[in-house]
Design a protein around this ligand. Structure first.
Ligand SMILES: *Cc1c(COP(=O)(O)O)cnc(C)c1O
Length: 363
């Protein structure tokens, strides 16, 4: 059994994907080929946002967004203490300070009741991460941001395709980023990402920053990066986007089946009202995590830990002013969470087998 079966996915869509790749090879427009514009239109239609700007990864999408917002040394940006490191590290890379806020015990996303206590005169924005595939309380986050004149970036690397109050994830704040890393809900076959905004000026700036701050060939208005997506990746994503809703449905059915079989025995994030999750991860929390992982490994079931260390305790943030602060929920989850196999084509039989093995191991 595979944790995330990408070879099954490739073989299922093989003829369409091979055809798309070979068209790019024939055109030999490996950078800025027509598949990029096609995909950007498809992504913006899918999410319901005016501009989709493809880029080289979710990490670069975060970096470019923070650059477009003018983040510089001395600034502070608020983010959750429990996430993948990129949500915080791109703030540091620009010389600014990530200010960590604990997550809520309900949805495992940033605890909105603790945000305002962390705002100072140096705070410029909030990065709101949607952990495991469910959006945080974006209305509350946008309200706080408006009250204090802050920007909001939705880090939707795990929630592309999820919904919140009738809107799609990536359409919930001025700027949103996502990742097409192969194992994400919508993944390409290498690195890729995208940024979403309705703001024309921001979109122009982001496009410029993505390509060395260039306005015309070899005319550079700003200091930028090489942050473009490859044409081949865009052509693959266009194929996979056609099958994406079906895969999301399958993930949601798999998650429901998991929860029916093991839900009472473990701690799970609550899916809150008017939200849906795309289940980037199906993650349970148990007291005897090592014992459970061993029992699953014996049956050939792979697992993964998202994440073993809260961000403020990562060595990379040595010397951070909040390193000694306490993050109760982040710490508890880092010691107890384990993710079970989950992907867009997982079968009912596989889910039942894993879930029953978990139930037996916890007896
Ligand atoms: C995966 C991920 C990223 C980074 O995406 P890459 O495409 O791997 O650079 C950023 N934020 C979160 C929450 C992620 O899960």
């Amino acid at each position: 059994m595979k944790f995330c079966d990408l070879s099954l996915q490739y073989n299922t869509y093989k003829s369409e994907i091979d055809h798309a790749i070979s068209e790019v090879l024939q055109s030999s427009q490996f950078i800025n080929g027509s598949s990029i514009q096609t995909l950007e239109k498809e992504l913006s239609d899918y999410v319901g946002v005016k501009h989709a700007i493809t880029c080289s990864s979710g990490t670069d999408a975060l970096l470019l967004s923070l650059m477009a917002k003018g983040i510089e040394p001395g600034d502070e940006v608020i983010c959750p203490a429990f996430s993948f490191i990129a949500s915080a590290s791109m703030i540091s890379l620009l010389g600014a300070t990530p200010i960590f806020v604990d997550i809520a015990p309900t949805d495992y996303n940033i605890d909105v009741t603790q945000i305002e206590a962390h705002i100072t005169s140096r705070t410029k924005g909030i990065i709101a991460v949607s952990l495991y595939g469910q959006c945080p309380d974006m209305d509350a986050i946008n309200t706080i941001a408006n009250r204090h004149g802050l920007f909001v970036i939705e880090d939707a690397a795990q929630s592309f395709g999820a919904s919140y109050k009738g809107l799609k994830s990536c359409a919930l704040s001025e700027l949103a980023v996502t990742s097409f890393f192969p194992a994400k809900p919508l993944g390409c076959y290498g690195d890729g990402g995208a940024i979403f905004t309705n703001n024309d000026q921001l979109a122009n700036n982001l496009r410029m920053l993505r390509s060395h701050g260039q306005t015309q060939r070899y005319r550079h208005e700003k200091i930028g990066i090489n942050g473009r997506m490859d044409t081949i990746q865009a052509s693959i994503l266009s194929v996979k986007l056609k099958h994406f809703d079906q895969e999301v449905k399958n993930r949601q059915e798999a998650a429901q089946l998991y929860s029916e079989i093991i839900g009472d025995a473990v701690l799970l994030p609550e899916i809150l009202e008017e939200r849906s999750s795309v289940w980037a991860q199906y993650t349970i929390a148990v007291e005897n995590r090592d014992q459970l992982i061993n029992a699953l490994t014996k049956k050939g079931i792979p697992t993964s830990i998202h994440y073993p260390t809260p961000l403020p305790m990562q060595k990379a943030f040595d010397g951070h002013p909040q390193q000694m602060a306490s993050y109760k929920i982040s710490e508890l989850l880092s010691e107890t969470v384990v993710s079970l196999p989950m992907h867009g084509l997982i079968s009912k039989d596989e889910v039942e087998f894993v879930a029953e093995t978990v139930v037996n191991a916890l007896k």
